[in-house]
Design a protein around this ligand. Sequence first.
Ligand SMILES: NC(=O)c1ccc[n+]([C@@H]2O[C@H](COP(=O)([O-])OP(=O)(O)OC[C@H]3O[C@@H](n4cnc5c(N)ncnc54)[C@H](OP(=O)(O)O)[C@@H]3O)[C@@H](O)[C@H]2O)c1
Length: 383
Amino acid sequence: MDSSRRQLLKGSVALAAAGIAAGFSPLREGVQASVESASSSANQTNEAIGRRRLGSLEVSSLGLGVQNMSRTYQTTIPHRPEMIDIIRTAFDRGVTFYDTAEAYGPHEVERILGEGVAPFRDQVVIASKFGWNIDLETGERQPGLNSRPEHIKLAVEGMLQRLRTDRIDLLYQHRVDPEVPIEDVAGAVQDLMDEGKVLHWGLSEMGLDTLRRAHAALPVAAVQNEYSMLWRGPEEEVIPLCAELGIGFVPWSPLGVQFLTGAIDENTRFAEGDIRKIEPRFSPENLPHNMALVQLVKDWAERKDATLAQIALSWLMAQAPWIVPIPGTTQMAHMLQNIGAEEVSFSADELQELNTALDQITIRGERLPPAVLAFSGVEAPLP
Ligand SMILES: NC(=O)c1ccc[n+]([C@@H]2O[C@H](COP(=O)([O-])OP(=O)(O)OC[C@H]3O[C@@H](n4cnc5c(N)ncnc54)[C@H](OP(=O)(O)O)[C@@H]3O)[C@@H](O)[C@H]2O)c1
């Protein structure tokens, strides 16, 4: 372990311990962003943005989520050459962390990302995910999950082909399979690591005990959970556990699936097929109440001379130096705006003020429909 990482982990564990001892969450107490910007890798010739660590893995302090690059929430199909251009321009601007999954498309988004990063593949970190029950050949979705070790290994072979690479830098289990002990999953990932096909691993939306067991079986680099000003659930237990174990945290839907950008208002209605149509927090009954959060973000955007999306992202990055958001976009202008979030910073007092205001806003309605939420927080069976 290099000394900068040791310092960072020491800092986060101490921070968490201090918070627990004092009976408050360090995340809400104005921890100023201390972006680990010093250590850009030597082969990095592109315009540098900061670097952060997820466990032992170094990434840009903001990543790019490419989930929608084969669709949008509005069900139109993005222009593929433009998606490639966004991926490459992001790299030119310093992004080295790309987040995909076999489930996106399914399969198609990995192909788009593989083509996009091909010219500079060795300089970036590719994260992908297995775990949904997806036909290995056709990409057809079947019901439920599949983390059986032999299936994981075949799924990774497919990923390597689609991503045009010989290794996945960060491989997540997308959701915990209630049929498969996490130790067996770790064993499969370890085998893939032994072959050099996987470099780091992570979990997404797992139960807490499962995370502990997974980390004991094979050190986990990162947890990927929904986290934003709109959904702060991970602050209670998941993020403190990551701090305790020295695991990085990657917030998915960091822009609150667009809510925090100001693009949604109380009159917004979502198209058929857009998951937000069935998310209770965006129902016609709950939206007007929840707009109080957008107003708060707007006020801060004005105050900091930033956009709403930049406030949402910089707030996340200010929570801990090992938090790396992966905003998703299919628009060049949005990608460029989002990476500008790194230039927005909060003083400890400002962060405290913002967090106090946030604490006073209650979001009405669950974050996901019950059938989807049922896959979160699941514990894997014991071996
Ligand atoms: N592990 C998991 O289970 C899981 C679940 C969901 C997502 N993810 C990952 O997280 C990534 C991001 O999540 P997400 O895409 O669901 O949500 P998000 O990043 O919170 O929001 C994406 C939405 O915001 C819009 N947007 C982005 N930047 C904007 C800007 N500056 N101004 C206005 N609108 C903007 C996008 O539309 P445009 O395309 O028009 O910009 C899109 O509608 C995904 O790509 C995926 O990699 C993981």
